[in-house]
Design a protein around this ligand. Structure first.
Ligand SMILES: Nc1ncnc2c1ncn2[C@@H]1O[C@H](COP(=O)(O)OP(=O)(O)OP(=O)(O)O)[C@@H](O)[C@H]1O
Ligand SMILES: [Mg+2]
Length: 318
C-alpha cells in the first residue's frame, strides 16, 4: 500500500513544489515506486519534472471530475523508471468550482487514488497555495501531510490556519491524517532569522521536524527551468544532497512507523497526534513562537497566494 503524502502549506513560495519534485525524484532513485501528483493549477511540478504540454493528454483535473481514471492521466517512467506523474494544467483551477456539485466533493481525489494504491510505495501530492477545495481533496486523500516551512520572515504566520484545516479534515473525512513532518526550506545558516525559525519550529513540532534542512541553493532554483529534478541537474549540489537526505530520513521514519504499527497500534496512533489546535489569525503568538521585535505574530493578510515572504534584505534579517 502506498503512503500518500500531501505536501501542503497555503503560503506561496515556501518550497512545496521544489520538495514534491525533488523528494519524488530521490525516492524513485532509491527504487521506491513513486507517483507524483501535481495538485496545483500552476502546473509547476509538471513542468519542473520535465513534462511538456505536448506530452500531456489527460490530467488531474479530468480524473477529479470523473472524465477519466487517474491511471489514464499518468505519464509513466518520467525521468526515472520508478517515477510516474499525474500532470496538471491551468484547467485544474476549474475543479475548485466544479467539485462543489460533486456528490463526494471532498473525496474525489481519494476515490481517484484508491485503485492505484497498490502500485506504489509513495504517492506525493504537490498542493496549491490555498486552503480551498482542491487542497481539502488532497488532504482527504492523504495518509499524511508534509509541511515545508521557509526559514524566512513570516514563516510561521498562517500555520495555525493550516493546522485548523488539518484538524477539520481529521474530524470530518480523514481521521487518520497525520503530520508526517515539517521540512525547513531555504535555510541560510548565516542568518539569525533562519536559525530562529528553525529553532522555533523544532521547539513546537519536536521530532516531527526533519533533521535535514534544505539550504538556500541557487541550483535548486535553476533546475526547473531545465525541466529536471536537482538530482539530474546537479547531483553534487548541496540542494541535491539535501533532498536525498530528506528521502533517507523519510524512508527511515517509514520503517520505524511500520515497525511500531505492527508492534503496538496505540503507539502508532500516538505518533499521528497533531499539536493542540490553535486559532486562526494569531498563529505565532499562540504557538508561543516569535522572535522579539519580529512581526511573526502579525495577523494574517488573508492572501494565501502571497509570495511576498522572502525578505532577505529586511532590516531584521542579517
Ligand atoms: N532551497 C531553495 N533554494 C533556492 N531556491 C529555492 C529553494 N526552494 C525553492 N526555491 C525557489 O523558490 C521559489 C518557490 O519555490 P516553490 O515553487 O517550490 O514554492 P511553492 O511553495 O511550491 O510555491 P507556490 O505556493 O507558488 O506553489 C521557486 O523559484 C524555487 O525555485
Ligand atoms: Mg508550488
Amino acid at each position: 500500500m502506498a503512503r500518500v503524502i500531501a505536501i501542503a502549506n497555503q503560503k506561496g513560495g515556501v518550497g512545496k513544489t521544489t520538495t514534491a519534485v525533488n523528494l519524488a525524484a530521490s525516492l524513485a532513485v532509491a527504487e521506491q515506486r513513486t507517483l507524483l501528483i501535481d495538485g496545483d493549477p500552476q502546473g509547476n511540478a509538471t513542468s519542473g519534472i520535465g513534462l511538456t504540454s505536448e506530452q500531456i493528454q489527460r490530467t488531474v483535473y479530468d480524473a477529479l471530475i470523473g472524465e477519466c481514471s487517474l491511471s489514464e492521466a499518468l505519464a509513466r517512467s518520467v525521468q526515472f523508471t520508478h517515477l510516474d506523474v499525474a500532470p496538471a494544467t491551468p484547467d485544474l483551477a476549474g475543479a475548485e468550482i466544479e467539485l462543489i456539485e460533486h456528490p463526494r466533493r471532498e473525496l474525489a481525489m481519494r476515490d481517484a487514488i484508491a485503485p492505484l494504491a497498490d502500485r506504489y510505495d509513495f504517492v506525493l501530492i504537490d498542493c496549491p497555495p490555498s486552503l480551498g477545495l482542491i487542497t481539502v481533496n488532497m488532504l482527504a486523500a492523504a495518509d499524511a501531510i508534509l509541511i515545508p516551512l521557509q526559514c524566512e520572515y513570516y514563516a510561521l504566520e498562517g500555520l495555525s490556519q493550516l493546522l485548523n484545516t488539518v484538524h477539520m479534515i481529521q474530524r470530518g473525512v480523514n481521521e487518520a491524517l497525520a503530520i508526517d513532518g515539517v521540512l525547513l526550506t531555504m535555510y541560510d545558516a548565516r542568518l539569525n532569522l533562519s536559525r530562529q525559525v528553525a529553532s522555533d519550529a523544532r521547539e513546537y513540532f519536536g521530532p516531527k521536524v526533519f533533521e535535514t534542512m534544505v539550504p538556500r541553493n541557487v541550483r535548486l532554483a535553476e533546475a526547473p527551468s531545465f525541466g529536471k529534478p536537482i538530482i539530474l541537474y546537479d547531483v553534487a549540489s548541496v540542494g541535491a544532497q539535501a533532498y536525498m537526505s530528506v528521502a533517507r530520513e523519510l524512508l527511515e521514519r517509514e520503517k520505524g512507523r511500520a515497525g511500531r504499527s505492527s508492534a503496538s497500534p496505540d503507539l502508532a496512533a500516538a505518533d499521528t497526534a497533531v499539536p493542540a489546535p490553535v486559532h486562526t489569525d494569531t498563529a505565532a503568538s499562540e504557538l508561543g513562537i516569535h522572535e522579539p521585535g519580529a512581526p511573526m505574530n502579525a495577523t494574517s493578510s488573508g492572501d494565501s497566494t502571497s509570495s511576498a515572504l522572502v525578505h532577505s534584505e529586511h532590516p531584521n534579517a542579517e
